[in-house]
Design a protein around this ligand. Structure first.
Ligand code: IPE
Ligand code: IPE
Ligand code: MG
Length: 245
């Protein structure tokens, strides 16, 4: 596959705010990090199920720029988990045709994680079955600011801005607009995730904690999405028929 093109643009772009790991663990008398460990299993499940549900691009929010505020131990464990899983999952992802890219800043990440990211991106670069994007040290507002500072004179349109935004997020080609944002864990907010890309996204909130989220939950969210009527500022199909009659 040509790395500069986006083969999955006719399929759905689903973005997931994977929340509720800490509360899942606390409810079981476990340390918060136990929730993150179990959360990795949920990532595996949704990545496996996504192509069969018509999802071409899956963006997962793993670590926000604001998550550096957490206790150092939790941050260290999370970043180690990411590196370990990137290494262990890469062969399976490559086999299944999943192209993995990381969006977010890289300059504040530990060297071992940066290496694991580079290896995973290189070895999965030809994948055409699913574009899997994992957001690490990601802030939508920071990315928008960085993109704005990269705009050249005369670049005034949305497409040019989207290209600059993709550059500001790590260099992968721009993904299609987000169709559906799913947030697990019960909170109903965006927490600085894909603010530009989700301008017309459908929002789906579920109380299910991320470590419990499975392919049936993902299928339910996608089915709910297909029941929504997206109007993009226009009018309902039925209203059009009435006025033209
Ligand atoms: C999501 O779960 C994982 C990250 C933000 C890294 P949380 O760790 O935020 O879990 P809760 O929201 O405290 O339950
Ligand atoms: C959002 O969850 C970030 C990720 C899921 C990685 P948070 O748990 O950090 O969000 P807030 O603090 O509840 O808004
Ligand atoms: Mg949370």
């Amino acid at each position: 596959m040509n790395k500069s093109t986006h083969v999955n643009s006719s399929k759905l772009h689903v973005a997931v705010i994977m929340d509720g790991n800490g509360r899942w663990a606390a409810a079981r008398g476990l340390p918060r990090t136990a929730g993150h460990v179990r959360g990795a299993d949920a990532v595996r499940r949704v990545v496996e199920a996504a192509p069969g549900l018509g999802i071409g691009t899956l963006t997962l929010y793993a670590f926000s720029a604001d998550n550096w505020r957490r206790p150092a131990d939790e941050v260290r464990t999370l970043l180690r988990l990411f590196a370990r899983h990137l290494r262990s999952e890469t062969p399976t992802l490559a086999e299944r045709g999943v192209r993995l890219t990381i969006i977010g800043r890289r300059d504040r990440l530990p060297a071992a994680l940066i290496d694991a990211i580079a290896g995973a991106e290189r070895r999965t670069a030809d994948g055409g079955a699913l574009d899997l994007r994992i957001a690490i040290d990601y802030s939508a507002r920071d990315a928008i600011v960085r993109a704005a500072t990269r705009l050249a004179a005369g670049e005034h349109d949305r497409a040019a801005f989207a290209r600059r935004l993709a550059e500001a997020c790590g260099g992968a080609p721009p993904a299609p607009d987000v169709d559906l944002v799913i947030r697990t864990g019960g909170e109903q907010r965006l927490s600085d995730f894909l603010l530009w890309e989700s301008a017309y996204a459908e929002l789906y909130f579920t109380p299910r904690a991320w470590p419990d989220f499975d392919r049936h939950d993902l299928a339910a969210a996608v089915a709910d999405f297909h029941r929504r009527e997206r109007r993009f500022g226009g009018v309902q199909a039925v209203a059009v028929a009435e006025t033209s009659a």
